[in-house]
Design a protein around this ligand. Structure first.
Ligand SMILES: Cc1cc2nc3c(=O)[nH]c(=O)nc-3n(C[C@H](O)[C@H](O)[C@H](O)COP(=O)(O)OP(=O)(O)OC[C@H]3O[C@@H](n4cnc5c(N)ncnc54)[C@H](O)[C@@H]3O)c2cc1C
Length: 426
């Protein structure tokens, strides 16, 4: 049986992305013990993945250096899969970890939304951020032809990164309309720091076609992707490529907050001005409270960290800064709504749940997520519905309203390590 570690922190922070790092550092200012738990091998979250090797004075380097110099205990490679009665249960490669805490800050970030279309399960069709993560972990894409598709500003970041790594970005397919994209550009120019970012992307992406009203309708290939058919302003055409990096914006990771009993509002964790959730002593920061980008994640994290250590004055001081970046949430929401045509991409035999091989046709027989799960095992595979549940929500309008422990598939020994007073009951 694996070893069981017991950890106790005054403040436990789950998620070592920008929001979690900022929260942990703010909380640690008080001298209290702070634990920062993340399932990746290093801190940084999605945007700073692999940032350990970047230039010294970049934003990521400054925050990561502060973290390294702090007394915060970073619990790496540990995934929190259960929460009850003021305790978290996590699992690492070689042990079960029981974490008790005084205050809890949830900074679990977001993931990409994938929508099914014929051929989306072919090798080399992957998430936009997913491809970027693989490249940051060592995948060589030099000389490869890449189509970046879906929606949202992440497509620009991914295309720029792929080009920097030597790939040939054939085109960026953005499903939103040209007027929406133009308004997005103009409004972002007014957000502090974003004009410089826009100019940077314009330079990095020069010469790469950026098509609006454009999305993938099918991917083709024998053993792996060879080409993608796109719809562009009503016309279809086929593009040869080695990779299709495709994501339809981000969805918040709210499963752990829900398991902790936190209330949601419009799909996001509902927090007060101090980032406190509906559960006393539990705070939330970053993407689970609204998709708003790096700067918002950082300032929300700081507010949560100060508030959790009773430093309301310091937290309050940051409210105006947060308000400036909260406009980004509204700008993104207005710019990238998913168009109804995307609901019709899947054919009857297109898989929606790729873990359990459940096709679109089979799901059409049911009227709710629960019924579909019970009859088809949709959402019950290794990803526990992280991919297919949000897709089903968009395709069928179903409400995904339950979260069951464990949040991830775990070893029996990790389940056995949960103390009897907090064992999963439902
Ligand atoms: C795939 C992807 C790629 C992105 N790339 C870019 C980019 O290139 N440029 C850009 O500007 N923005 C990018 N973003 C957006 C960026 O992540 C946000 O703007 C912002 O930085 C989010 O910060 P965060 O701290 O809220 O979340 P994240 O950075 O997502 O950090 C959350 C962390 O919590 C961990 N976690 C979640 N649940 C658990 C659990 N149960 N147990 C343990 N750990 C857990 C996650 O693994 C992650 O490390 C990307 C987003 C995604 C999803």
């Amino acid at each position: 049986m694996d070893s069981v570690k017991h950890l106790r922190f005054d403040v436990a922070v789950v998620g070592a992305g920008p929001a979690g790092i900022a929260a942990a550092l703010a909380a640690a200012d008080s001298g209290k013990t702070v634990g920062l738990i993340d399932d990746n091998p290093a801190a940084g979250g999605q945007i700073w993945r692999g940032a350990q090797n970047v230039q010294r004075h970049s934003v990521s380097a400054v925050w990561l250096e502060r973290l390294n110099k702090s007394a915060i205990q970073l619990v790496r490679g540990a995934r929190v899969f259960h929460a009850a009665d003021g305790e978290l249960a996590a699992e690492s490669d070689d042990s079960a970890i029981q974490i008790s805490y005084g205050k809890l800050i949830l900074a679990t970030g977001a993931r990409e939304l994938y929508l099914p279309f014929p051929g989306w399960t072919l090798p080399n069709v992957m998430g936009a951020g997913g491809l970027q993560a693989l490249v940051k972990s060592g995948l060589d894409i030099a000389g490869k032809r890449i189509v970046v598709a879906g929606t949202g500003p992440l497509l620009l970041a991914v295309a720029a990164y792929a080009r920097k790594c030597g790939a040939k970005v054939v085109g960026i397919c953005e499903q939103t309309t040209r007027p929406r994209m133009a308004r997005f550009g103009m409004k972002m120019m007014l957000v502090p720091g974003k004009a410089a970012e826009a100019l940077h992307f314009a330079y990095e992406l020069r010469g790469i076609p950026h098509w609006t009203d454009c999305w993938p309708v099918a991917a083709f290939g024998n053993r792996r992707l060879e080409s993608v058919r796109i719809s562009r302003q009503g016309q279809t055409s086929e593009i040869e490529c080695d990779y299709l990096a495709c994501g339809f914006h981000l969805i918040p990771n709210v499963e752990l907050p829900r398991m902790c009993g936190c209330q949601l509002k419009n799909g996001f964790v509902d927090v007060n001005e101090y980032q406190q959730t509906s559960v006393a002593g539990t705070y939330c920061a970053g993407e689970p409270t609204g998709i708003g980008g790096l700067e918002l994640a950082l300032v929300e994290g700081e507010i949560a960290g100060y508030a959790a250590t009773n430093w309301e004055d310091r937290a309050k001081h940051l409210f105006p800064k947060r308000a400036r970046y909260q406009t980004v949430v509204r700008i993104l929401k207005a710019a990238f709504p998913l168009r109804p045509e995307l609901k019709n991409l899947a054919r009857p035999d297109t898989l929606v749940c790729r873990c359990e091989d459940v096709s679109h046709e089979r799901l059409c027989e049911y009227t709710s997520w629960r019924a579909a799960k019970l009859h088809t095992r949709c959402g019950m595979g290794p990803c526990q519905g992280r991919v297919c549940a949000p897709a089903a929500e968009f395709l069928f309008g179903w409400q995904i309203d339950s979260v069951r422990p464990p949040l991830y598939p775990v070893r029996c020994s990790s389940l056995a390590a949960i103390p009897s007073h907090s064992v999963p009951r439902n």
